[in-house]
Structure formats: structure tokens, C-alpha cells
Design a protein around this ligand. Structure first.
Ligand code: MN3
Length: 202
């Protein structure tokens, strides 16, 4: 069973004005599609074929550049689309908000730390909110398509919120203004979905 490009849970123009429709269309139909196609080619005929993407990444040989880059790209974008919503933004609630306040002090301190991870990631990469077994939260940044499921990458744990800071995620609308894109991302975060993932992984 090959990996498949997931459908977006909303239209390409649904996240405007924060992320423009053209960026979304290219990002999903070209970039994410290419990671998916290349991942399928990279695992074909190996003992990774037929395994879940999580299983592949957790057990990854980091020297396998094709699976590292394309498996990371496949997983990361699958997560990215679901943690944004046209009805997103605002504050998390319940257990997730309590865990954020426990780990970072306040929501605003979490926002500052997560934003800084994205702003200071040199070149292409991601910012993550991760949960360790037991429920403790962590924030980190990773380069390229790496993520914290991979051995020895970032803060470890399972990512429940990911923010793409590759230029392809924002350049058409924001050009070099990555901090403005990051501020807008907070208007899109689907805290219902992030909370659902937190409850599954904690
Ligand atoms: Mn991307």
C-alpha cells in the first residue's frame, strides 16, 4: 500500500488572508506531492515498504537521505495541513492549555518560544511543539524535513504542532518577512486538532 497525498481538509483559498491560495496550491499539489512520490520510490522493495510513516521515521537510518528528506516531508506536511484551520487561532483549552502553562509559564511565553524557534531556524526547516510520554511539552526547531520522531533529532517526543518555515510556505506573500508569516500562523492554529493529538500521545 503506497503512501498517498492526503486531500486538504479545506479549499486552497480557505486560509486567506494569512496564507494565499497560490502558495497553498503549489505547496500541496507540487511540494507535498513530490515528497510523497519520492518516498514511495525510496521505500519500494525495501523492508520499509508497507510500514507506517511513523514506524519508518522512528527507526530511520539517518544516513538514508532519500527516506529522511521525503519521509520527513511526507509526514511533516500531513501534520501541517491538519493543525491549521480557517476557524483557527485563539487559545488552547483544557489539558493542553494546562500542559502549556506547566511547561512554559504562560501561553504568551510558549508563543514567544515557538515563534523564536521558527524565526531563528537558519535556512529551511520547521518549528515544533512536541509531547513526551507522560505529557510534558517541549519546543524546538529542526532543519530541512527532519522531525523529532527521527533518532536524535531536536527535542525528541511526538510532534503535535508543526510550522513550516521553508520559503515555499510563505515567500509569494511575505517575501523575506518570516516573522510576519509566523504571527499570521497563530491566527490559523487548529487547537482542537492539536488537543486531540496531545490526548493521544501524552
Ligand atoms: Mn513545506
Amino acid at each position: 500500500m503506497a503512501f498517498e497525498l492526503p486531500k486538504l481538509p479545506y479549499a486552497y483559498d480557505a486560509l486567506e488572508p494569512h496564507i494565499d491560495a497560490r502558495t497553498m496550491e503549489i505547496h500541496h499539489s507540487k511540494h507535498h506531492n513530490a515528497y510523497t512520490t519520492n518516498l514511495n520510490a525510496a521505500v519500494a522493495g525495501t523492508d520499509m515498504e508497507g510500514k507506517t510513516i511513523e514506524n519508518i521515521l522512528i527507526n530511520l537510518d539517518m544516513k538514508n537521505a532519500a527516506v529522511r528528506n521525503n519521509g520527513g516531508g511526507f509526514f511533516n506536511h500531513n501534520l501541517f495541513w491538519t493543525v491549521m484551520s480557517p476557524n483557527g487561532g485563539g487559545l488552547p483549552t483544557g489539558d493542553l492549555l494546562a500542559a502549556i502553562e506547566s511547561a512554559f509559564g504562560t501561553f504568551e511565553e510558549f508563543k514567544a518560544k515557538f515563534s523564536k524557534a521558527g524565526i531563528t531556524q537558519f535556512g529551511s526547516g520547521w518549528a515544533w511543539l512536541c509531547v513526551h510520554k507522560g505529557g510534558k511539552l517541549d519546543v524546538c526547531g529542526t532543519p530541512n524535513q527532519d522531525n523529532t520522531l527521527m533518532p536524535g533529532v531536536g527535542c525528541g517526543g511526538t510532534p503535535i504542532l508543526g510550522m513550516d518555515v521553508w520559503e515555499h510556505a510563505y515567500y509569494l506573500h511575505y517575501q523575506n518577512r518570516r516573522p510576519d508569516y509566523i504571527e499570521s500562523f497563530f491566527s490559523l492554529i487548529n487547537w482542537v486538532e492539536v488537543s486531540r493529538r496531545y490526548a493521544l500521545e501524552k
